[in-house]
Ligand binder design. Structure first.
Ligand code: HGY
Ligand code: MN
Ligand code: MN
Ligand code: MN
Length: 393
C-alpha cells in the first residue's frame, strides 16, 4: 500500500504537496478507493468531501461503527506520514483481522477527512468541522484558495453539491467512536506506540497590512507607507509574546503584493499560528501580537486588520475509551499533543481517541518527517488489537 502512495504528490521543494482536491490529492483519493475496492469495502463520500470505506459485519449492520483513519492531504513540503499513516494503518489492520479469520460484529470504517491541514482553503480540519457542524457551511462555501477559487466551486467541480455541505447526523449517528492513529509530531515517545490524553488549544489569525506601493528607488524613506515594516515587527512580536506567555507562535505564511524586488509592497498578508498549554496563554500571546502589529502599522502610516480564522479550545479525550485502549494494549504512555487533528474535532460528537507512532526525530510538517518501519508495524498491531476489541472482531 505504502509503495503506491509514496510517489504521489511530491513537492518540488521537498516532501509532499497534497492540497485538497488538487491533482496529487485526487490521486490519493483514487488510491483510497482502490484500496477499498481490493478489499470489497463499500466507499461513501459525504457532502463535505470526506471519504469512508466500510468493513461491514455479515448481517450488513450499519450502526455502532468503529471509525478509524485520518487524512491524505498535506501541508506544503509535508512529510510522508502525517495523515496517510493513519489511513494506511487502518487498511492494514483490517487486513490483519481478516487474515486471522476475524469477522466484525460492528462495522469498521476507514475515514480520509478532507482538508485537514487547511493548506488550500485556510481552515484546518475543514472536512471534519463540516461533518460535525463546527463550522458555518456558508462561511465554508466562501473560503477561497490562493488563486481565488471558492471551496463551493471546487466541490462542484468534483461532483459535490455545495448547497449540501454541513453536519451529517446520519453518518455520525452510525458511529460509536473514532480512533485516529497518527505519527507523533514532537518527541514524547521512547516506545513505539503511545496514546493521546489531550490536544492543546490552538488557532490561526490573519494579519492584513495595507500600505502604499511605490518605486523602491525613487521614494524617499519619509514618504513611504511600507507594510513590510509592521509585518516584520509582528513576526518578532510573535516570538517574544510566546516566550512571555509560555505559548508557541509561528508566522509560516505571508503574501507580499506585488512582490517585485524594486517595488515597495502595497500590501502584506500574514498568518499567525498560536498554541499553548491553556487558552489564556494563547489569547494573551495573540493579543500582544495584535497590539504590536497595530502600533507598528500606525507608526508607518499602514492600515492593519486582524481576523481570527479558526480557534480550537483544548480537547481532553474521554477517559473511558482511553482507559479501554490502554487495557487492550497492556499499558502505553499517554501524552498531550500540540498538534491539531480530526480526532480533536470529532471529539465534539463521538468518543474519540488517538494512537501515536513514535517519531524518532520529532520533526513533522517537513520533508524529514520519519517513522521506523518496526514502529509503523507496532502501530498497525496496536490498531489491530484496538479494532478487534472495539468492533468485536
Ligand atoms: O497543524 C496541525 O497541528 C496538524 O498537524 N494539522
Ligand atoms: Mn499536520
Ligand atoms: Mn495530521
Ligand atoms: Mn489529523
Amino acid at each position: 500500500m505504502w509503495a503506491e502512495l509514496l510517489p504521489v504528490g511530491r513537492d518540488p521543494a521537498g516532501g509532499y504537496r497534497r492540497f485538497a482536491f488538487t491533482p496529487p490529492e485526487l490521486e490519493c483519493r483514487a488510491w483510497f478507493a482502490e484500496q477499498a475496492r481490493r478489499r470489497a469495502l463499500p466507499v461513501e463520500r459525504d457532502a463535505n468531501g470526506n471519504l469512508f470505506a466500510w468493513w461491514l459485519p455479515p448481517d450488513g449492520r450499519r450502526g455502532g461503527a468503529v471509525l478509524t483513519g485520518s487524512h491524505l492531504d498535506s501541508v506544503p513540503g509535508g512529510g510522508a506520514f502525517d495523515g496517510p499513516l493513519g489511513v494506511v494503518s487502518a487498511f492494514a489492520a483490517i487486513d490483519a483481522l481478516r487474515a486471522r479469520g476475524a469477522v466484525p460484529s460492528r462495522p469498521v470504517g476507514v475515514a480520509a477527512f478532507a482538508e485537514e491541514e487547511g493548506a488550500r482553503f485556510g481552515v484546518a480540519c475543514l472536512g471534519s468541522r463540516l461533518l460535525t457542524g463546527t463550522i458555518d457551511p456558508d462561511r465554508a462555501r466562501g473560503l477561497r484558495d490562493g488563486s481565488g477559487r471558492s471551496f463551493a466551486a471546487v466541490l462542484a467541480e468534483h461532483g459535490l453539491d455545495p448547497a449540501l455541505i454541513g453536519p451529517d447526523d446520519d453518518l455520525l449517528g452510525r458511529c460509536a467512536c473514532f480512533v485516529e492513529l497518527h505519527i507523533e509530531q514532537g518527541r514524547g515517545l521512547d516506545v513505539p506506540v503511545g496514546a493521546a490524553s489531550a490536544i492543546v488549544p490552538h488557532g490561526r489569525w490573519r494579519f492584513g497590512f495595507t500600505g502604499a506601493g511605490d518605486h523602491a528607488g525613487t521614494t524617499a524613506l519619509a514618504d513611504r507607507r511600507d507594510p513590510m515594516l509592521p509585518f516584520a515587527r509582528t513576526v518578532l512580536a510573535a516570538r517574544s509574546a510566546a516566550e512571555r506567555f509560555g505559548a508557541v507562535a509561528t508566522v509560516g505564511k505571508a503574501e507580499i503584493v506585488p512582490g517585485g524586488v524594486n517595488a515597495i509592497p502595497s500590501s502584506v498578508t500574514a498568518w499567525l499560528d498560536a498554541r499553548g498549554p491553556v487558552d489564556d496563554a494563547v489569547r494573551r500571546t495573540v493579543a500582544e501580537v495584535a497590539r504590536a502589529a497595530r502600533d507598528a502599522a500606525s507608526a508607518h502610516g499602514v492600515a492593519v486588520d486582524v481576523a481570527e480564522e479558526s480557534y480550537s479550545p483544548a480537547v481532553a479525550f474521554r477517559r473511558e475509551l482511553l482507559d479501554r485502549i490502554i487495557r487492550v494494549l497492556g499499558g502505553v504512555p499517554v501524552l498531550p499533543t500540540g498538534a491539531g487533528h480530526d480526532a480533536g474535532v470529532l471529539a465534539a460528537r463521538l468518543p474519540t481517541a488517538m494512537l501515536f507512532v513514535r517519531n524518532p526525530t520529532g520533526v513533522s510538517h517537513a520533508p524529514a518527517e520519519h517513522a521506523e518501519p518496526s514502529d509503523v508495524a507496532a502501530g498497525v498491531a496496536a490498531l489491530t488489537a484496538v479494532l478487534a476489541d472495539l468492533a468485536g472482531a
